[in-house]
Design a protein around this ligand. Sequence first.
Ligand code: HEM
Length: 454
Amino acid sequence: MTTAAVTRQPPGPRGHLLMGILPDVRRDILGCLGSLHRQYGDVVRYRLGPLRSHLVAHPDAVKHVLQDHVKNYTKDHLSYRMGRWITGDGLLTSTGDFWLRQRRLAQPAFHRQRIAGMAAGMVGQAEAMLRRWDTAAASGTPVGINEEMMRLTLAIVGEALFGASVEGQAREVGAAFTVISQQIAERFRTFRMLPPILPTRYDRAFRDARATLLGTVQGIIATRRQHGDDTGDLLSMLMLARDEDTGEGMTDEQLGSEVMTMLLAGHETTATSLSWVWGLLSKHPEVEARLHAELDAVLGGRTPTAEDVPRLVYTKQVVEETMRLYPAAVIFSRTVKEDDVIGGFHIPKGSAVDVSPYVTQRHPDFWEEPEAFRPERFAPEAAAKRHRFAYFPFSGGPRQCIGNSFAMMETQLVLATVAQRYRLREAPGFTLEPDSHLTLRPKGALPMSLERRA
Ligand code: HEM
């Protein structure tokens, strides 16, 4: 049957006359996504304010959108237009030939070998954090895990990709990013589509936060320009890149967009994943015990290196299972360029399609007891039998996360370094509940006390 012959519309809720399902999304996005899937199945039609959208949950459909028919599903979507208010036209938000050129320029900085060369720096940063923690542990003071993980991952990405020490600005950057991510989520849910240019307190807070981030980014670029060395890192590659036709390099604005993109995309995602790991381990002592056994057997108290990473098999499974239950990117969207058919349903040109790692990674046809935390699901034999797109915390296809291997190595190494020294236990005020900003963080500060391992 041709695309034109399929006119069957997917099922879905009626929703509010003007707002569609926005009130439900605002109240509880995760609950709302779960119940849409349970009630209506693998292709659901709904409205988000004026936006006609579809949630596609079956891995075949996710593959269709992200990989097989990627040209028909573009990032020309409100969420990325809003993203451009923060980063400008960076790798995450740009499209077409421009995106492809930038991706090719950045890709070599993420080759496996190069990433392996960043391992020592990652572990070094984790050890610096542990020195701070030793003081807290000695006085029995709990640490706020969410903030600690943000500070750590920002320091790691700054050093690894830009040779810059940004840890001193971690608090400022973290606060600015929180303002921006809260506002973007709020603006999306309330359909405030105007850029933040008004002289209101709300818009000014956004602009101030962006100026703080931009200040950090410009500082990184200015420092590198001063000494001008080619250190072979991502920043050098971007600065030295020349257009094949014109011989021109990137403008300062373009460079700023890419640095800002990497700094933001590369730290909060990894930080939230690590925070979830610590929270889940404290709730699952049997998993923690197995993790400790592996660390003791493979490392025996030694500092982990890049060569250890392939041998930290269960450590990796713990990270993967955490990202299955709590993927940093809950949902992302594409705009449909031409009419299409997904799962036997008509998907009209101009509407949107949403894919959600959160929903698909809990799909009961692909995951037994999907709510249970079971790292063994990622044992190589089990993982090999699974549909590639039943699990996609880093997306898939040509627009998949460029930092995938970087993030996996980082989380494994940080987990191994910290878990060798400390058990993290729930402290007063600890709750393990999701709080969806731009990414899916655990709510509150996540206070945990540090128990030194023998
Ligand atoms: C646990 C950690 C991470 C997760 C879960 C994650 C997830 C994702 C996802 C789902 C996308 C696709 C988004 C979309 O299509 O809208 C993406 C893209 C991207 N990520 Fe990550 N990411 C992580 C870590 C990182 C790191 C460490 C970096 C950089 C150092 C990074 C840089 C990027 C960039 C630049 C893109 C855009 C790629 C493109 O479109 O060409 N991410 N990430």
